[in-house]
Design a protein around this ligand. Structure first.
Ligand code: GRF
Length: 195
């Protein structure tokens, strides 16, 4: 069975990345990690990936100042060198330009900690609590030029409980993210392979 060459982009902790790497240890999983790249050289996830034997790259966005596209061209060169066929954004905290999004259209997915289309952007859990929502959750979606606006692939829901704080809800959602992302990435790969 064909496995798509997977690059995971992170900016920090990398717990979703770890869940994807773990799923991909199964040789029948439809994605094979070839690169973990970060825009922050000190991202903890880079160490985790290296200990798992995965190639890592760091492209420090600060070196490019306000020039987002030249940062992305450097990142893109690392992705192409690794033979990337699909990208999973996993806590990657840079907004991508239309140039990069178009380059990887139909080949890039993201995990977002809300039930999209609700709460695009930041502070999703706080906003769900303040709105009095009964449920929170997470979504995996295709990346399009509008931030957190691409077509949803799959979602997971959790209850919002009395007394929940941003942190307690985030922790409950994170457990679901780690189950959802490997499943949704497999669905995305299968869709690409079927085309
Ligand atoms: C996750 O909650 C993800 O949904 C959001 O950023 C967080 C990243 O966590 N986009 P981690 O780096 O995967 O641990």
């Amino acid at each position: 069975m064909k496995r798509l060459k997977l690059a995971i982009l992170i900016s920090g902790r990398g717990s979703n990345m770890e869940a994807l790497l773990e799923a991909a240890t199964d040789p029948s999983y439809p994605a094979e990690p070839v690169l973990v790249a970060s825009n922050r050289p000190d991202a903890k996830g880079l160490e985790t990936a290296a200990s798992a034997g995965i190639a890592t790259a760091s492209v420090d966005h600060k070196l490019y100042g306000k020039d987002r596209e030249s940062f992305e061209r450097a990142l893109n060169a690392a992705l192409e060198k690794a033979g990337t066929e699909i990208i999973a954004l996993a806590g990657f905290m840079r907004v991508l330009t239309p140039w990069f999004v178009t380059r990887w259209e139909g080949r890039m997915i993201n995990i977002h900690p809300s039930l999209l289309p609700k709460y695009k952007g930041l502070h999703t859990h706080q906003r769900a609590i303040e709105a009095g929502d009964a449920e929170g959750g997470c979504s995996v979606h295709w990346v399009s030029t509008g931030v957190d606006e691409g077509k949803v692939i799959a979602q997971a829901r959790v209850p919002i409980l009395p007394g929940d704080t941003e942190d307690s809800l985030a922790a409950r959602v994170l457990v679901e993210e780690h189950k959802l992302y490997p499943r949704a990435l497999a669905m995305a790969c299968e869709q690409i392979l079927a085309d």
